[in-house]
Design a binder for this molecule. Structure first.
Ligand SMILES: *[C@@H]1O[C@H](CO)[C@@H](O)[C@H](O)[C@H]1NC(C)=O
Ligand SMILES: *[C@@H]1O[C@H](CO)[C@@H](O)[C@H](O)[C@H]1NC(C)=O
Length: 224
């Protein structure tokens, strides 16, 4: 028991150090690592990048199956419903260096410009017709309308976006080469994060009234 605890702790420390220095998730050192509820609920320890494992003899079939994305999630104001699937909701993914998302777009709905600091994303159009693209670090845009069955790749850390330009709802399956890709939405990062207002006015050439409007719109309490 004690030995197990100690090994797990060492693993956590080791993983955390790797995560700060390596360019991708650390390689697993065992077949799989189902998070151990003995260390607290998965949500409460999810700040640990790699969660401590339970004894592999206690793993179950259900640990490796996720059934929570048969239907679209809840839609935001922009017509986007996304269900991010990572080890906090799908224990079997822990330490495997990957995660995924189901995203649904209403007709005309958008996924606003955002990026994932720790992962490249592959986006597969399950149904619909989606204007999809990203911007590279020279501000060049790569974008096109992709249809059912087509795939686009968004390189790690680059701003990307999607809009349903078809006449029917669209569904996208995105997969990431990190179990913790991170997500920063540009509008909320800029206007919803509490950056000094004078700085924002100068940066964007907007009046204090206009900044106030953007702030209300992208208040983190409201955005999702
Ligand atoms: C895992 O569980 C099995 C069966 O209960 C036990 O024999 C084994 O010692 C445990 N392994 C560790 C590292 O605790
Ligand atoms: C959608 O919202 C309901 C009510 O707030 C919530 O119970 C449910 O878990 C949400 N679904 C998803 C996929 O987030």
């Amino acid at each position: 028991m004690f030995r197990n605890f100690f090994t797990n702790c060492l693993l956590v420390i080791f993983s955390l150090q790797c995560a700060t220095t390596s360019a991708s998730d650390p390689d697993p050192v065992q077949d799989y690592c189902i998070p151990n509820p003995r260390f607290g609920s998965i949500r409460s320890i999810s700040h640990l990048l790699i969660l401590p494992c339970k004894n592999s003899t206690e793993a179950t079939d259900d640990d490796f199956i996720f059934s929570g994305m048969k239907q679209a999630g809840n839609f935001s104001d922009t017509g986007l419903a996304s269900i991010p699937v990572n080890p906090t909701v799908f224990p079997g993914l822990n330490t495997l260096g990957m995660s995924f998302v189901r995203a649904d777009l209403k007709v005309g709905g958008i996924n606003p410009p955002h990026f994932h600091p720790r992962a490249t994303e592959i986006a597969y159009v399950v149904q619909g017709s989606v204007y999809s693209g990203f911007v590279d670090s020279t501000n060049r845009v790569f974008a096109a309308i992709i249809e059912q069955g087509e795939v686009m790749v968004y390189p790690r850390g680059l701003v990307h976006f999607q809009m349903n330009v078809g006449k029917k709802p669209a569904t996208i399956f995105g997969s990431f080469n990190s179990q913790s890709p991170g997500l920063q939405k540009i509008p909320s990062a800029v206007f919803g994060s509490g950056i000094n207002e004078e700085l924002l006015e100068k940066a964007f050439g907007l009046s204090s009234k206009q900044i106030g409007k953007m702030r209300r719109r992208f208040d983190p309490e409201r955005s999702n």
